[in-house]
Design a protein around this ligand. Structure first.
Ligand SMILES: Nc1ncnc2c1ncn2[C@@H]1O[C@H](COP(=O)(O)OP(=O)(O)O)[C@@H](O)[C@H]1O
Ligand SMILES: [Mg+2]
Length: 356
């Protein structure tokens, strides 16, 4: 187990800076997920921690020691990649033991560690098979087993589940969560999948264009997104956004409206606004509900009703041509073309000074 500390970490390829000054603290035993769209720098950052990419600038510490220039094998980390990188000509046992064989571990040590990893990953019955005789999920377990036997201080995962089909991904996601509980090791897990981030993380780091957008516990980021990007990235269906105009600003709220939205006061949570400016209102689909005519604040027409069983999702077209989604717990059928008035609790809404 170990702490990991990134300070103003930077990476450039030639003139192009792809990691632009990143600060992250990872506590001992913490499960931290780096999430963000493709190309935002997640793999680069992970590879810099692993020692597979040079650090252009800044400081990387593992357990309080500066390791910028320490070679990968000395950092006490083990990495699991998206592609399993296991050897087809070796058995599962030989694959799992591979790192130990390279390090000339004794036969007894190899047997003991492979048995322990196989027990943790519930693959004792697979040890004598070759990779061609395994499913995708089982192969990924072999790759994880290979990391476990090295007894690393920090596990690094780079999109380990993205080659698996949806059902298997869910199973493996739970297995990785359980692995973290069992091993109690520090883990850094990269994904572009916000569901994996929400379900696995103690702490999520949202990245965009090589910069940190926000760091926090999953529900903290869900309920208190720091900006439009984080608000739109986490949660399914995604947060609804409305273009609005600011009419007044006071100590705790801003007064806003749009063609489709009656005037309303929304808490600004310390963000600064000026009267007359364009802004963006965010409301999650789960917090929008149909209201009686007189009290509805948001006016539109039903486009489509989708009953998913656990919830009913209604697409609503607004006067300005934009669309919002309401996710209702009850099974409520709304006929396409019907005028609908929606309401929401202003305390569940987010106002951002940015426009889309
Ligand atoms: N070896 C390289 N040379 C030049 N640019 C690179 C190299 N590796 C990655 N990049 C660029 O760095 C950015 C981040 O890439 P990457 O870390 O792979 O993103 P992610 O893992 O978030 O999808 C991308 O714009 C990518 O094109
Ligand atoms: Mg990547």
């Amino acid at each position: 187990m170990a702490t990991v500390k990134l300070r103003d970490l930077r990476k450039s390829y030639g003139d192009v800076e792809v990691i632009k000054g990143v600060d992250i603290d990872i506590a001992d035993g913490e499960f931290v997920v780096f999430v963000g769209p493709s190309g935002c720098g997640k793999s680069t950052l992970l590879r810099m921690i692993a020692g597979l990419e040079d650090i252009t600038d800044g400081t990387l510490e593992i357990d309080g020691q500066r390791v910028n220039d320490l070679e990968p094998s000395k950092r006490g980390i083990a990495m699991v990649f998206q592609s399993y990188a296991i050897f087809p000509h070796m058995t599962v046992r030989e694959n799992v033991a591979f790192g130990l064989t390279i390090n000339k571990a004794s036969k007894a040590e190899k047997e003991e560690k492979v048995a322990e990893a196989a027990r943790i990953l519930q693959m004792e019955h697979l040890l004598d098979r070759r990779p061609s005789e395994l499913s995708g999920g089982q192969r990924q377990r072999v790759a994880i087993g290979r990391a476990i036997v090295r007894d690393p201080k920090v596990f690094l995962f780079d999109e380990p589940l993205s080659n698996l089909d949806a059902a298997l991904r869910m199973d493996m996601r739970m297995e990785i969560g359980k692995l973290h509980q069992d091993l109690d090791a520090s883990m850094i897990y990269v994904t572009h999948d916000q569901v994996e981030a929400m379900t696995l993380a103690d702490k999520i780091v949202v990245l965009k264009d090589g910069k940190v957008m926000q760091i926090g516990a999953p529900m903290e980021l869900y309920h208190e997104p720091a900006n439009l990007f984080v608000a739109g990235f986490l949660g399914a269906p995604s947060m609804n956004f409305l273009d609005v105009t600011v009419h007044a600003v006071n100590d705790t709220t801003v007064t806003i409206s749009s063609d489709s939205l009656d005037q309303i006061d929304v808490p600004h949570k310390g963000r600064s606004f000026t009267v007359g400016q364009a802004a963006t209102l965010g409301v999650r689909p789960q917090y929008l509900h149909p209201a009686a005519d007189e009290v509805g604040r948001l006016h539109g027409k039903v486009i489509l009703t989708e009953r998913l069983g656990s919830e009913t999702v209604i697409d609503i077209g607004l006067a300005d041509g934009s669309k919002v989604i309401a996710a209702l717990a009850e099974d409520s059928i709304q006929i396409a073309g019907t005028d609908v008035n929606l309401d929401f609790d202003p305390n569940q809404a987010h106002i951002f000074p940015e426009t889309r």
